[in-house]
Ligand binder design. Structure first.
Ligand code: HEC
Length: 175
């Protein structure tokens, strides 16, 4: 019996070691978004992970509201209700923007995000960009209440410029 154990043990150990090596290399090659699957998040990390998920959801939602306005302006259709509520939705999102980026919710958490570390490294510039975005989105609400299609179009462009300025500086390009 003792003899049998002695012969089995090294083999078992070897298999164990090999599968460990296998596991490590699998997770190293895995998608970045799966990087956290192997470990349990601390409560603080979970809050940050939720913040990333929420901001991506909210950005998409804001993207749809903004697209409604673009489509209205392009088609020349003048659905005043749609224009107004879409602009209000962009305005509300703009006002919440700063809270969508708590410190620590950058790429360092290991969750897929296009938010660049510069958001926190050059925070003053980021905050100034948010302030400009809020300002233009306020004007967008006023503009869509006017009867003038040229005013809608001009303010849409100005607001879109603030989206682009921030994305160019603080969002990584798509893979
Ligand atoms: C102050 C900076 C800033 C402004 C202003 C801004 N964005 Fe973004 N946006 C970001 C960042 C950073 C991300 C990446 C977030 C992430 O991946 O965690 C992003 C992501 C997005 C996404 C992708 C969401 C996803 O995960 O699929 C959309 C759509 C988007 N923004 C639309 C807009 C629109 C439309 C505007 C203007 C009306 C706008 N953004 C204004 C910084 C900004």
């Amino acid at each position: 019996m003792t003899k049998l154990l002695k012969t089995i043990q090294p083999t078992t150990f070897l298999i164990g070691a090999l599968s460990l090596v296998g596991l490590v290399s699998v997770s190293a090659c895995g998608e970045e978004s799966n990087a956290l699957e192997d470990r349990v998040l601390t409560a603080d990390e979970q809050i940050l992970a939720d913040a990333i998920e929420n901001r991506q959801y909210n950005m998409k939602d804001m993207g749809s509201a903004f697209k409604n306005i673009k489509d209205e302006v392009r088609s020349g259709s003048d659905d005043r209700t749609l224009l107004f509520y879409s602009a209000k939705s962009v305005q509300t999102s703009a006002q919440s923007h700063e809270h969508w980026f708590p410190a620590g919710s950058g790429p360092e958490l290991g969750i897929e995000t296009r938010a660049l570390p510069e958001i926190w490294l050059q925070h003053d510039v980021f905050v100034a960009g948010v302030a400009e975005f809020i300002d233009e989105s306020n004007k967008l609400v006023t503009a869509v209440q006017s009867n003038d299609a040229a005013v809608h179009a001009e303010q849409l462009k100005r607001t879109a410029d603030t989206c682009k300025t921030c994305h160019d500086q603080f969002r990584s390009p798509e893979d």
